[in-house]
Design a protein around this ligand. Structure first.
Ligand SMILES: Nc1ncnc2c1ncn2[C@@H]1O[C@H](COP(=O)(O)OP(=O)(O)OP(=O)(O)O)[C@@H](O)[C@H]1O
Length: 596
């Protein structure tokens, strides 16, 4: 589309102005020979195409002004398809050129009688000068129009971006007077337009710090806006061309939401559920059934089990199956947070001003978990002095942030866990009995892996599949021998440990079938230490002679040593030495058990 058409109204005004000054008819055409403005006779032809071969075509082509003073003598008119009907006796045309020297159209002055023809003829150079100025003016207007349109589009784009943001954005001038804000601002601050219009940023926030650019300021609202007593994270940026041309952008989010979002990003909790808990053994199936049964209630749950048995997995599954699932699941690692920091971790603290130094407040995990679940991991590590406070909070469903007198009401479900001997801690007075009763409403015990060796194969194979995918390796399988070793291992670290061994094997074993030869040394040692001498593994229900059992055990010992030290003659000599038998005795036994 020709750009002049975008400013057609303005072009017509220019045409009228020229005509009024020079008292000559004016027409303005585009570079595709469409008349977009005209005065006098030609006004009714606005919008129509000019005849082909007309004198303006030359101007468009040559980008130079032209004048036709003697129509019938001019070679500019001989090719014109309208020549027979044309009543013009003289004209002058001036090209409208852009800054880039592109021709946009032509301004034409037309004489229909002798007087006007003479006027043109006598004032040719002055008229040209005048038209030159007008042509530049029109081209300039076009640029201006384009700039305005681009700016309006940009403005729209920025305002749409600002309105799609998840946080509030306030724009102020250099004196911090509010100029604009996005829709989210009203929602985040829970206020109305009238609370922000014609206000300064200091009229909105209580203790906004103007020094810390780009830093998050924790601020609260001024008293009259302060409905929910919430705190906000405010970050601000300066836009500046010079000292006078300066504005500020304030990015505002609710403090609790900001922290919670950060948790949600770090903590990919939402997909974990009971279907993630593997195992067919009766003991784990019973545990899952119980956990499912109690998940919908609000009663506190205490999960007990050795290290790595899946306590957290159960806790998350319970939360995600409960009607709290849409609210946070927040884990507090009681064992790894120093005693003196645990209380602040639980309940948070308020901003204070010590020795003139502003200390920012911090929201506690109990506040963050409101309406959700707190998973208190390893509760026996909660220091004695904190236990009565915790009991009080859980009884009253409210607490105070450290340094604050204000009560914060909460609605949370506690799932606690321990892998320690809690009875011993109770006996020794290291854990308050009342707190224990409060937390232990529904006890869930997770059996260790060694008591459900049938689950080992399922879990090992499932983790193998998972790690092959994670580590981008071809799908591998475990050999039967390796599965047997796994089944007979002690797994002190339970599933967590099995998982690590599987991860190790996927990393280092290149073969498709992973056998015992890939096992790490530490595993062999662990296995030897814990299993060969582990007589608990003897199946007492099976009817076997002592000789059979002994031979079985002997075969197992020899296999494990062969796996560990290898099958070469030198290795066999080493095994014989270690087991304090002759090399020939070792060979005899290997042949007998068919493991050579
Ligand atoms: N039954 C199970 N099926 C599949 N994976 C499991 C199972 N139990 C535990 N896991 C996995 O084992 C690892 C350890 O589980 P989790 O952290 O829940 O155990 P934990 O008892 O809380 O451990 P810790 O005592 O070290 O805190 C996790 O990767 C978890 O997904």
């Amino acid at each position: 589309m020709n750009e002049l058409k975008n400013i057609a109204v303005h072009v017509q005004e220019v045409a009228e102005a020229i005509s009024a000054i020079l008292e000559i008819d004016v027409t303005i055409i585009t570079n595709d020979l469409i008349r977009i403005a005209a005065t006098g006779k030609y006004k009714r032809y606005i919008g129509e195409q000019l005849p082909s071969g007309c004198s303006y075509e030359y101007i468009l082509k040559n980008k130079r002004p032209e004048s036709v003073i003697e129509r019938n003598l001019s070679d500019r008119c001989v090719n014109c398809s309208f020549i027979e009907n044309c009543s013009e006796i003289a004209n002058i045309g001036y090209p409208i050129l852009s800054k880039e020297n592109e021709v946009l159209g032509v301004i034409g002055l037309i004489a229909f009688d002798k007087d006007k023809k003479e006027y043109i003829n006598e004032n040719l150079s002055n008229i040209n000068l005048f038209l030159n100025k007008l042509s530049s003016l029109l081209a300039g207007n076009l640029k201006y129009e384009e700039t305005i349109k681009t700016l309006s589009l940009k403005n729209k784009e920025f305002s749409n971006i600002a309105n799609s943001l998840e946080y509030g954005v306030i724009l102020t001038d250099k004196d911090k007077k509010i100029l604009n804000y996005n829709k989210k601002t009203l929602e985040v601050l829970n206020c109305r337009h009238m609370d922000l219009n014609n206000k300064y940023i200091f009229d909105i926030f209580e203790n906004i710090n103007n020094e810390n650019l780009f830093e998050n300021n924790i601020v609260s609202l001024k008293e009259d806006l302060n409905v929910n007593n919430e705190e906000f994270l405010v970050k601000y940026m300066v836009n500046s061309l010079n000292d006078d041309m300066k504005s500020y952008i304030y990015q505002i989010s609710k403090y609790s939401n900001a922290i919670l979002n950060a948790y949600n990003i770090i903590d990919a909790n939402e997909n974990i559920n009971f279907h993630n808990i593997l195992g067919q053994s009766i003991s784990i199936q019973n545990t899952i059934t119980l956990a499912k049964q109690i998940s919908s209630g609000n009663s506190f749950v205490m999960i007990r089990g050795e290290e790595g048995t899946g306590k957290e997995l159960f806790a998350r599954s319970i939360h995600n199956s409960s009607n709290r699932a849409d609210h946070p699941f927040i884990k507090i690692d009681c064992k790894n947070i120093p005693d003196n920091l645990l209380e602040a971790e639980f309940f948070g603290y308020t901003a204070n001003n010590i020795n003139g130094t502003q200390k920012q407040g911090r929201i506690g995990k109990f506040e963050l978990a409101n309406r959700g679940t707190i998973f208190l991991d390893e509760i026996t590590s909660i220091p004695l002095h904190l236990q009565p406070k915790l009991l009080k909070v859980l009884t009253e469903n409210s607490f105070h942030r450290l340094g604050s007198k204000e009560k914060v009401n909460i609605d949370i479900r506690i799932i606690s866990s321990t892998s320690n001997n809690l009875e011993e801690a109770l006996e020794d007075g290291l854990f308050m009995k009342d707190l224990y009763y409060k937390l232990n409403v529904i006890p869930i015990n997770i059996p260790p892996l060694r008591e459900r060796s049938n689950d080992v194969e399922i879990i090992a194979n499932s983790k193998l599949k998972e790690y092959c995918q994670i580590l981008n390796k071809e799908q591998k399988v475990f050999s039967e021998d390796l599965i047997n070793i796994f089944k007979n291992s002690n797994w002190k670290g339970n599933i967590k440990e099995l998982e690590k061994v599987v991860e190790y094997l996927v990393n280092i074993c290149d073969e498709k079938t992973i056998g015992p030869n890939c096992l790490p040394n530490f595993f062999n040692e662990f296995y030897l230490d814990n299993n060969i001498e582990n007589y608990e593994n003897v199946n007492t229900n099976q009817k076997s002679s002592l000789q059979d059992l002994t031979e079985n055990f002997e075969k197992k010992v020899l296999s494990v040593y062969l796996d560990k030290y290898g099958n070469s003659t030198k290795s066999k000599q080493k095994i014989a030495d270690l087991l304090e038998i002759n090399l020939s005795t070792l060979y005899r036994k290997l042949y007998r058990y068919e493991i050579i």
